[in-house]
Design a binder for this molecule. Structure first.
Ligand code: SF4
Length: 272
């Protein structure tokens, strides 16, 4: 696997106390990776709680579609059924998106790629896990790891983990793989034969066949991320058109405001 260190840089010098982290999920880490500033406003300042982002809602819809798909009899599964499930579950307002064009583009891509990949996925046997939320404490990282395994099946050697992600960001896809390597080893003491991530935005799949060496490297990766996350001095603004376009914290997004309103000291427990 490549990219063993998180692509996080520090450009803002803010004086704040370290954060106490006692629980982490891949979703929270992905949030942080996308934009530490937005992460700060959303998770630490708890602002805009009602302003969910489209990516989260679409991911929730996808989880529901996948659950219904795998819970239906094998003979009933078809591309048409997937279309029908998407139609049933697609409850999301256009106003969550940066523009109408973005809304329709996401709808088209998610529909197309779900039909393409879910339809031909394995499924003769019931999944080992299906949208199953699991927590495990990692002694190595001194924190609880929490995630939801979207789909997992037994394989000839062990088991697999499959995730349909509503993103095309390579850093988030890599993060997911690192997180799941550590998580699955900590939770089951047996590595999955492979972890496959399907990007529902660009429609590509990415697979890793983890080894014990990957467990060490992925643990190091998470350790670095935790260290960066603990210290708000490391938080910076993403300044990316794609990320900022639909950000609910545009108003708060200035270094001055963050310096003025930073809680002091931050010693709050951090929950996923
Ligand atoms: S506007 Fe952009 S840089 Fe500012 S918090 Fe939102 S995503 Fe981050």
């Amino acid at each position: 696997m490549q990219e063993l260190r998180p692509s996080i840089r520090s450009i803002v010098n803010i004086s704040m106390e370290p954060i106490l982290i006692n629980s982490l999920s891949n979703r929270i880490l992905a949030d942080f990776m996308r934009c530490p500033y937005r992460f700060y406003w959303k998770n630490l300042r708890k602002k805009g709680g009602a302003q969910t982002e489209w990516r989260e809602v679409v991911q929730y819809i996808v989880n529901q579609v996948i659950q219904d798909f795998y819970q239906s009899p094998v003979e009933k599964r078809s591309a048409f059924q997937i279309l029908h499930l998407i139609e049933n579950h697609w409850r999301i307002g256009i106003d969550l998106f940066g523009s109408k064009q973005e809304y329709y583009t996401v709808l088209a891509k998610v529909t197309d790629h779900l039909m393409q990949y879910l339809h031909r996925s394995e499924g003769l046997y019931p999944p080992l896990f299906l949208n199953e939320k699991i927590n495990v404490y990692s002694e190595e990282l001194q924190t609880q790891l929490s995630t939801s395994i979207q789909v997992s099946h037994w394989t000839n050697k062990t088991y697999n983990i499959k995730k349909y992600l509503v993103t095309d960001e390579q850093s988030v896809i890599d993060l997911y793989k690192h997180f799941m390597i550590v998580f699955s080893y900590e939770a089951f003491q047996v590595l999955p034969e492979y972890i496959e991530v399907v990007s529902l935005i660009h429609g590509k799949t990415s697979t890793v066949f983890p080894t014990m060496k990957d467990v060490e490297q992925s643990t190091d990766y998470l350790r670095v991320m935790i260290e960066v996350l603990k210290d708000p001095k490391n938080y910076f603004q993403a300044n990316s058109n794609g990320t900022c376009r639909s950000c609910p914290f545009l108003d708060e997004c200035s270094t001055d405001k963050m310096e003025k309103t930073a809680p002091s000291p931050i010693q709050q427990p951090f929950f996923s």
